[in-house]
Write a new protein. Structure first.
Length: 290
């Protein structure tokens, strides 16, 4: 069990705001922090990591207290059992892939786990290469493996896959899920990708202006009861064409194109690039912007 109870004043997009979180997270859960840019998601990760100090706070991981502002306890990042992966990979450019991983191994710990991790994220053939010779997806796998070599209790992921193409993103999602389950981690993920959230998450915490708006399963959070139907898919609008009095919306779902007829009111609420939920109701497809 992780108990997070923090208050922190932040400079938000609309001025000063207060980040306020009071949650208990089940051990082994993968939690997505969801919300608009500037809502406080990354700041919460930084507070968990010990990189930012709140005005008031308590962070307890199982029986270990990482932060207790009343008692003057504030463990440094190196003394918290965490692994971190951010958008900038922060790999050591002068070290090989294997050397980058070995750097994170705790003293006295067997280095055999490095080989196991390299196998899990398919890095064996890249062992001797330097980060500058790797693709973005390969560097991201190295960053993920390096975050895991110390066998942390908590893994923090701040939109680590946002810059990758969909094929590589999907594969790395599989790596994250495999590592999360195999190592029995409690993972906090910042993501705006609805498909990714559905695939990975046990819980979605919705932050808005620093405040928790809800905490629920992905299905409950993204559900639209008026779109209830046997089939529901998430896709992206790639074309919107007017034809007489109706509009035809083309939605990309995985690698498939689906065309849906909508009225002018629905079309006015949509734009190219929107993420949408497509559902069936009485055999008719219905579309709703997420």
């Amino acid at each position: 069990m992780i108990h997070i109870q923090i208050t922190k004043l932040l400079d938000g997009p609309n001025g000063t705001m207060q980040l306020q979180v009071d949650r208990r997270i089940e051990q082994g859960h993968l939690v997505t922090l969801y919300g608009k840019s500037g809502a406080g998601k990354t700041s919460l990760l930084r507070i968990l990591a010990g990189l930012m100090t709140p005005e008031f706070g308590l962070i307890q991981v199982n029986d270990e207290v990482w932060l207790d502002s009343k008692k003057g306890i504030n463990k440094k990042p190196g003394n918290r059992s965490i692994g971190m992966v951010f958008q900038d990979f922060a790999l050591f450019p002068n070290m090989s892939v294997r050397e980058n991983l070995l750097y994170g191994v705790k003293p006295g710990t067997s280095k055999d786990f490095v080989d196991e991790l390299m196998q899990v994220v398919e890095l064996e053939s890249l062992s001797s290469k330097k980060p500058s010779t790797l693709s973005g997806g390969q560097r991201q796998r190295v960053a993920l493996a390096r975050a895991l070599v110390a066998k942390p209790m908590v893994l923090l992921l701040d939109e680590p896959l946002s810059a990758l193409d969909q094929a590589m993103r999907t594969k790395l999602q599989d790596y994250i899920l495999e590592a999360h389950r195999r190592l029995k981690l409690t993972t906090f993920l910042v993501s705006h990708d609805v498909g990714e959230i559905f695939k990975l998450s046990d819980l979605v915490i919705h932050l808005e202006d620093g405040q928790v708006q809800s905490a629920s399963t992905p299905s409950d959070f993204f559900s639209y009861r008026h779109l209830s139907g046997k089939f529901q898919f998430i896709g992206e609008v790639i074309e919107l064409v007017a034809e007489d009095v109706i509009f035809v919306v083309t939605v990309l779902i995985d690698n498939n194109l689906v065309k849906i007829i909508v009225d002018s009111k629905t079309a006015s609420e949509l734009a190219i690039g929107d993420r949408v939920l497509v559902a069936s109701k009485a055999f008719n497809p219905i579309i709703k912007k997420i």
